[in-house]
Ligand binder design. Structure first.
Ligand code: IPM
Ligand code: MN
Length: 362
């Protein structure tokens, strides 16, 4: 089993180091190879996704990814910005299905800005289509308009588009995921305004007929944004397009108290996957040893389950994380009165200790 380890920028290197340590104590035969990506790769090779990094990712069964980006690259031409690395990996590996669970850990109920009763027991799975939509639609660009709303003025444009197979395959992913959960899917669209999302809605409805055991409902994205903070527990599996999924998954993350806890998986049709925390590179706290490594550690667990077929090892990591939270250790992002504040490394140590102790006692 080969894993490409791409720590990236900012806190990426610190949190990925802890996940790699955790993977190392599981007694699995894992071959891990590290490469540069994002701003770090731009500095070294002049490109955020060098050929060698892409090649390594393609040859691996899974990619463990940290985070990319830093304000200092904001002035670079778009193709050279760190974010292009993650977009390039998604596109080149065909990682169309993005799983973003939002789970509220009981010990962290108090860390959310929502009332405890609204989020206690929360367990939502957002499934975001990841290689289509306005993110990748052509044409896009800038031009001097001849027939725009302001004739003769400069304009910029992006194209929102979905093809039938793109919508069908993500719909199947959602219905199949729902079958393993509470058998409910909410498809989020903007069919009242956008042709692309009327098409989306029609196709999801069609595919849904193949899953009569799964209950399907549809919601406009603006209403979904509202319902997510009003009554989040009404959702189970949410399936949506690339851009709506980007926005709603950040919103859902905040329901749980900290984005520092949330893993994610991006899969292609052969179950090759890229695993990354749902948060970014947090340049403001990079290098300080205070970032929460748990989202990355939990992403490593998802990797074991989805791409490496090691569900038991995945469960060992997840139960270790639960134990560490129960013991009261907290990084700054999830700290509250009465708990013990620790740094990135100590948090990693604690997870490693919880796993290895379990091995000895069986
Ligand atoms: C995410 C991020 C990315 C996205 C950026 C960094 C390109 O926000 O993974 O949600 O918009 O998809
Ligand atoms: Mn995002």
């Amino acid at each position: 089993m080969k894993i490409a380890v791409l720590p990236g920028d900012g806190i990426g290197t610190e949190i990925v180091a802890e996940a790699v340590r955790v993977l190392g104590v599981l007694d699995l035969k894992l071959e891990m190879e590290t490469a540069l990506v994002g701003g770090a790769a731009y500095e070294a090779h002049g490109h955020p996704l060098p050929e060698s990094t892409l090649k390594l990712a393609k040859e691996s069964d899974a990619v463990l990814f940290g985070a990319v980006g830093d304000w200092k690259y904001d002035k670079l031409d778009r193709p050279l910005r760190p974010e292009q690395a993650i977009l390039g990996l998604r596109k080149n590996l065909g990682l169309f299905a993005n799983f973003r669970p939002a789970i509220c850990y009981e010990q962290l109920v108090g860390a959310s800005s929502l009332k405890p009763e609204l989020i206690s027991g929360l367990d939502i799975l957002i499934i975001r289509e990841l290689t289509g939509d306005i993110y990748f639609g052509a044409p896009r660009g800038r031009r001097t308009a001849v027939d725009g709303h302001f004739p003769g003025a400069d304009e910029a444009f992006d194209t929102m588009r979905y093809s039938r197979p793109e919508v069908e395959r993500i719909a199947h992913v959602a219905f199949q995921a729902a079958r393993k959960r509470s058998k409910r899917v909410t498809s989020v669209d903007k069919a009242n305004v956008l042709e692309t999302f009327q098409f989306w809605k029609d196709i999801v409805t069609e595919v849904g007929k193949e899953y009569p055991d799964v209950e399907l409902d549809h919601m406009y994205v603006d209403n979904a944004a509202m319902q997510l903070v009003k009554a989040p527990k009404k959702f189970d599996v949410v399936v949506t397009g690339n851009m709506f999924g980007d926005i709603l998954s950040d919103e859902a993350a905040m329901l749980t108290g900290s984005i520092g806890m949330l893993p994610s998986a991006s899969l292609n049709s052969s179950n090759q996957g890229l695993y990354e925390p749902s948060h970014g590179s947090a340049p403001d706290i990079a290098g300080k040893g205070v970032a929460n490594p748990l989202a990355t550690i939990l992403s490593a667990a998802m990797m074991l389950r989805f791409s490496l077929n090691q569900p038991e090892a995945a469960a060992r990591i997840e139960s270790a994380v639960q134990q560490v939270l129960a013991s009261g250790l907290r990084t700054g992002d999830i700290w509250s009165e009465g708990t013990k504040r620790v740094g990135t490394r100590e948090m990693g140590d604690a997870v490693v200790a919880a796993i290895t102790k379990k091995t000895i006692t069986g």
